[in-house]
Design a protein around this ligand. Sequence first.
Ligand code: DGY
Length: 321
Amino acid sequence: MTEKPRVLVTRRMPPAVTDRLERDYDARLNETDEVYDGERLVSLAEGCRAILCCSSEKLTAEVIGRLPDSIGAIATFSVGYEHIDVEAARARGMRVTNTPDVLTDSTADIAFLCLLGAARRAWEGEKMLRDGDWVGWSTTQLLGVHVTGKRLGIFGMGRIGRAVARRARGFDMEVHYHNRRRLDADEEAGAIYHADADEMLAHCQFVSLNFPASPETENFLNAERIARLPDGAVVVNSARGTVVDDDALIAALKSGKLAAAGLDVYRGEPKLDPRYRELPNAFLLPHMGSATVETRDAMGFKCLDNLDAFFAGQEPPDALA
Ligand code: DGY
């Protein structure tokens, strides 16, 4: 009988994924679900042939440089891969894979939940009820921003951006988008393309950020760009916290320049900027974009499909390196 490959699994996996891992691999599991730093990753990887990681682990060039030679593949349980230095992995001959497609709809759903929750003051309403402060219906209570028929600007029209656009069409929104390349007419489905991101801002009563984190997109939504938005705009971020300048966003939410923001992601997660918690017009979720049973199972299975292909000597379907 051939030995099952030993795989370091950095976080607790959904039960169905763990079952398959234990069936097909000699899995070094993380029962406590603590987040490993670089030091732990390197020592726990000893004797393993692959790593199944999440976006919570930072696989920097330095960490990758210290991984044992036995590591041939890194499969991340995420579509985003800014936490992995892919070039450093490539230089060491390691394959790197991610989980595109399977989380598109659940993440777009959360983007839309953020949009609606922020615009319609869902958190303030729920808090009022739960705190026993609701004295009854009134014509002026918790008035929010109307969503139907408004202009939505989507920055980043990849899979998730396009899925947000599909949802927006259900609300009769006029969809504008900025993307590195203009989409084909059928993909565009009536959305209005803006080659210049800064020029598009003035059209956006709602903004949805849907591009990956990278050094180029760090602090994309800064004070200058917020100033270009119409007064009372609503900003949604379901991409990564680093694409927003927190000082600028918080100042705009405090001053009323922006009506509200719906955020699912934060710089330095899980330690978000504490000022967000004090803002009634910030609708905040704890990075739940892909958090459905179906999606998390599918993400885990995708990681395993990639590792299965790697160990079978085939091209992993979602290879980044
Ligand atoms: C992703 O897949 O990138 C999600 O944000 C989870 O990290």
